[in-house]
Design a protein around this ligand. Structure first.
Ligand code: NAD
Length: 293
């Protein structure tokens, strides 16, 4: 399969589709945002004017979309994928959405004899640019094996979690719950260092070789906090969305996770205060403002 469609050319979709172009795929892209579409064209992609046009020109279609609403619209909307693709064109959603939505889309696809995989990714924009993402795939193993070469362009660690369509999403939500904790932990712990006037670079070099080390501390500190620049990245509102899904999953499974619940409340508050579009590492700045008694 050398002709790939890509819908959603944002922070993740643009570098992911660019990776495919660089690997020799012909990529037909679609995004509601004209600037995203322009950047994709500059990277060597072919812009389509509609989802129907993507379907017309592709053998397989990937999506990377920001919300349940966008994924519903792109897959199930009147002008959407289900109404436009043929059975031999597999659909792969790399967005992080609710497990329930994975199940609904898989059901509609089955009813229309279409192939579908839910394949959320981890590794951020840097991972997408460097083609080192981790891909967590739920859905039929045979289909996974058929499209594996495409996943291998996007990432380095590709996992078929289970035949269950939402299994990759479950792994991804556990991952992002941990990201939420680490980001909050770094934000608060560094305030002690600020108060005691420690050099944050030196602190990082010491903790990076101690048990306080984490990939999120490394990423949040080096790429955002040290630069005092929080351009996304992984926007705080997207992390909040994933924490909501993780809490829904806990509720549906009669699981009480009080610490996670208070974590979600924290991110909701910070988003309401206007930090939602910046990288999640911006939590550090908000905690800094509020932690001085
Ligand atoms: P983004 O907001 O930067 O990009 C989403 C793109 O989808 C935008 O360009 C938007 O215009 C487009 N879009 C929205 N609705 C559309 C529609 N109906 N039709 C066509 N295009 C539409 O988001 P992102 O950071 O690229 O994240 C995309 C997905 O990947 C999310 O589900 C996110 O949770 C997940 N994710 C993000 C990261 C990250 O670090 N940013 C990492 C892993 C997973």
């Amino acid at each position: 399969m050398k002709k790939v469609g890509f819908i959603g050319l944002g922070n993740m979709g643009l570098p992911m589709s660019t990776g495919l172009i660089n690997a020799g795929y012909h990529v037909v892209g679609y995004d509601l945002n004209e600037e995203a579409a322009r950047s994709f064209k500059k990277a060597g992609g072919e812009i389509a004017a509609s989802i129907a046009q993507v379907a017309e020109k592709s053998e397989l279609i990937l999506t990377s979309l920001p919300s349940v609403k966008a994924v519903e619209e792109v897959f199930l909307g009147e002008e959407g994928l289900v109404n436009n693709v043929k059975p031999e064109q597999p659909l792969i959603d790399t967005s992080t959405v609710s497990p329930d939505l994975n199940v609904v889309i898989a059901k509609v696809c089955r009813e229309n004899s279409l192939d579908f995989l839910a394949a959320p990714v981890s590794g951020g924009v840097i991972g997408a640019v460097n083609q080192t993402l981790t891909v967590m795939v739920g859905g039929p193993k045979q289909l996974y094996e058929q499209v594996l070469p495409v996943f291998q362009v996007l990432g380095e660690n590709i996992f078929h979690v289970d035949e269950q369509i939402d299994s990759g999403t479950t792994v991804k939500l556990i991952n992002n719950l941990l990201i939420g904790f680490y980001t909050a932990g770094v934000s608060e712990a560094l305030q002690l260092a600020n108060k005691k006037k420690l050099d944050l670079d030196e602190l990082f070099s010491m903790l990076n070789v101690s048990y306080g080390q984490s990939r999120i501390y490394e990423r949040n500190y080096n790429s955002f906090i040290a630069k005092e620049n929080y351009n996304p990245g992984f926007s705080l509102k997207l992390l909040r969305k994933d924490l909501e899904f993780a809490m829904e999953l806990a509720d549906e499974n009669q699981l009480d996770l009080p610490i996670s619940k208070s974590l979600l409340a924290l991110y909701r508050t910070v988003e309401r205060e206007g930090y939602g579009d910046q990288d999640m590492a911006v939590l550090y700045e908000q905690v800094k403002k509020q932690s001085n008694k």
